[in-house]
Design a protein around this ligand. Structure first.
Ligand code: GLN
Length: 482
């Protein structure tokens, strides 16, 4: 499972002419077949078009012969099913968009392709990215390649699993409240959520627009850095994308932790934290000190508000964003007796239970009479959470390090109470609410299952975050995935 090459290795091999892009695309396709046959359906990919992937790889090989270069030349990638591609459907894991093919492609996709990537498939996900286990997919749950009785995490579970299963070295996911980092932690891979505004959201199907960001999975920090470097930067098609210059994240490999101050926020290490996870994090802090960093105890006092705030703001925005799926313009349409009946039939048949719950919840908190009590209050509390981060970073702390999740991957079907599922995001949704970047990487194992730890940085300081991730990964050594 771990023998498949990294994106960096593929790039070197393709650029030097040692192996063709086509041979890597074929290996990726074979591995997708093997995973499907071998594990009785891990259900990682929702769409594949092998002939498009092969012909794309062939055209990359031709371009390389004429001297063209790309950061991802010949690298097979998988893309979450909520990111618009021209050649495969973009169904968002939902019946309402089943078979829907977008007439335009996302900026992140255009950029991947410009750098020479080969898209081999679209990955399974919780419907409209709502969930933390990929069990909310309308097309059946994805499973964790490390142990198929466990969830891969969510909502970008298929992308994390595709990387962990060695189908591709690199995958795109999306984050609204932890959906890249949490599955990365559960599958033992690296997951990056960039600063809000760092990567264009053009062509990412909107869930909660003030939180959504495209993120990257890699098996190594270097691959994740390579992936983010390829897609980051201003895009005139997304007014929320930022004009901040994009430094080379791969260069961060040469950085040092000497003199870097790393905060240990006490709210992320509550007394009830799983003792094994705490122990792994303590070992990381020791390693970081050995690498020259100063570890400082800090506080983000409004952390306990994050889950209630997130689960008001995200459904509120979702209820508005998902109004467009009405049977008129996109996807599914079920006729009824008049327009109202058509809306009702289409939406109640097209959306699954969790999406319906969020729409109802969101509509409620935005309705007259409740708006001030819920939505406005949540926005005020969000400001307090964001301010916690600004204050800590202004006090001379460069990075924060915390566990990514409160537990390792859990069994399929284990969390039937939605609130229990929501608590999986307790350490991750804060970065989304504050808009800061974060990266999760494997920091060891508990009972054979991978555990993730995350670095969070101040806005647009992904580079500093990568310096630490590269250094920690090197220090911990390559952890075998299985
Ligand atoms: N698990 C969270 C939710 O269900 C986050 C999802 C995400 O980041 N897309 O909303």
């Amino acid at each position: 499972m771990t023998t498949s090459p990294t994106a960096r290795e593929i790039l070197r091999s393709v650029m030097s002419g040692e192996r063709s892009s086509l041979s890597f695309a074929k290996a990726s396709i074979d591995q997708a077949d093997a995973v499907r046959a071998g594990h009785d359906g891990l259900n990682i990919l929702l769409h594949r078009d092998d002939s498009v992937a092969r012909s794309r790889a062939r055209s990359i090989d031709e371009k390389i012969e004429t001297g063209e270069k790309g950061l991802l030349a010949g690298v097979p990638v998988v893309v979450k099913d909520n990111i618009a591609t021209l050649e495969m459907p973009t169904s968002c894991g939902s019946r309402i968009l089943e078979g829907y093919v977008s007439p335009y492609e996302a900026t992140a996709i255009a950029r991947l392709l410009r750098q020479g990537a080969v898209i081999v498939g679209k990955s399974n996900m919780d419907e409209f990215a709502m969930g933390s286990s990929t069990e909310n997919s309308a097309f059946g749950p994805a499973k964790n390649p490390l142990n198929p009785s466990l969830v891969p995490g969510g909502s970008s579970g298929g992308s994390a699993a595709a990387v962990a299963a060695g189908i591709v070295p690199l995958a795109l996911g999306s984050e609204t409240g932890g959906s890249v980092r949490q599955p990365a932690a559960f599958c033992g891979v690296v997951g990056v959520k960039p600063t809000y505004g760092r990567v264009s959201r053009y062509g990412l199907v909107a869930f909660a627009s003030s939180l959504d960001q495209i993120g990257v999975f890699g098996r190594t920090v270097d691959d994740a850095a390579l992936g983010l470097e390829s897609i980051a930067g201003l895009d005139p098609l997304d007014s929320t994308s930022a004009a901040e210059p994009v430094p080379s994240y791969c260069e961060a490999a040469r950085g040092s932790l000497a003199g870097v101050v790393i905060g240990r926020p006490r709210e992320y290490f509550p007394p009830e934290l799983d003792p094994d996870i705490r122990e792994r994090c303590d070992a990381v802090f020791d390693t970081l000190r050995r690498l020259g960093a100063e570890v400082r105890d800090v506080s983000l006092p409004h952390t306990s508000l994050a889950i209630p705030v997130y689960y008001i703001i995200a459904p509120a925005e979702a209820s508005s964003n998902l109004a467009r799926f009405d049977g008129v313009r996109y996807g599914l349409r079920i006729e009824g007796d008049g327009l109202q009946a058509m809306y009702e039939a289409t939406r109640s048949r097209g959306f699954g239970r969790e999406v319906t719950r969020r729409i109802l919840l969101g509509t409620y908190v935005l309705s007259a009479g409740y708006y001030d009590a819920y939505y406005k209050k949540a926005q005020q509390a969000r400001t307090l959470i964001a301010r916690d981060f600004s204050k800590v970073f202004a006090s001379g702390v460069h990075l924060l390090f915390t566990p990514t999740t409160p537990s390792p991957a859990f069994p399929l079907g284990a969390k039937s109470d939605p609130y229990e599922m929501y608590l999986s995001d307790i350490f991750t949704c804060t970065a989304n609410l504050a808009g800061v970047p974060a990266v999760s990487l494997p920091i060891g194992r508990v009972n054979g299952l991978p555990v993730g730890g995350q670095f969070m940085a101040s806005h647009f300081d992904e580079r500093q975050m990568f310096v630490a991730a590269y250094a920690l990964e090197r220090a911990l050594g390559a952890e075998p995935l299985s």
